[in-house]
Design a binder for this molecule. Sequence first.
Ligand code: G3P
Ligand code: CA
Length: 325
Amino acid sequence: AADRSASRASDRPLVIGHRGASGYRPEHTLEAYRLAIRMGADFVEPDLVSTKDGVLVARHENEISGTTDVSAHPEFATRKATKTIDGVAVTGWFTEDFTLAELKTLRAKERLPQVRVTNTAFDGRFEVPTLQEVIDLARNEGRARGRTIGIYPETKHPTYFASIGLALEEPLVTVLRANKLTRKNSPVIVQSFETANLRKLNRMIDVRLAQLLDAAGRPYDFTVAGDARTYQDLASAAGLKWIAGYADGIGANKNLIVPRDAAGKLLAPTNVVRDAHREGLIVHAWTFRVENQFLPVDFRIGTDPNARGDITSEYELFFRLGLDG
Ligand code: G3P
Ligand code: CA
């Protein structure tokens, strides 16, 4: 994994449209991704789950009552179920119980209607997109704008999906290959909280990979398949070295990089960026949200490094640190 060209010297951060322009359109819809691109995002970020027929679709969770109108469809009432997903009991409707054709009869709705009030105007209008549709959109929008739009897909609950016979890796590799999206010719970075998922992908396809880490420096699975060592803290120097054996970078919770005290005040940066760069890893941080007041509401992402407003705290700090790599 010597080619780190997804990272670049730049006078502005790399902007990843998290779930699309999700502050302005219901997340993970083509309309949200399109707006993110039009606002200047370099990448769009589809979270991926599987349908019953093994098609990858963009949803943050496989349980979809909060992000679609499924509960208003009487024909699907009997599909409501309670399942244990990664140790948590979840009740609702699940993508793996719907074929793609059935899922396409649903419409997206705003996940956080109280926070993103204006987004509710779009409820009931947009479909749940497939990964292929996201790729097509990025290509077409990029072509129209004379720039390349990256895709930053995240595999959600890969161990769970494998346990029900719907492993995410195979369909993901199939789609990437069919679209010629490999390291050589595309700005694609696949991210996951599960180390085993990325290690498997690393064996299957030559594409950039990013290990997600939470604020405590942990992946979600903690399992180091096929390796005798287990790092409780993958953000340590040793853990980052190990990650560099299968991935190109880390996607770190921003508080892993710049921690906060109990009152929420930002503290001095940790050594994570330095240590990751020593291993040749790119570093991307998540997530900056308008409603958390990390950015002024009218800030146009990625286009104006001198943006006005109170952009003096987290964004500026991250900008100075050059956390895009
Ligand atoms: O890129 C990492 C970030 O997307 C993880 O957070 O929004 O998928 O829960 P999320
Ligand atoms: Ca994500």
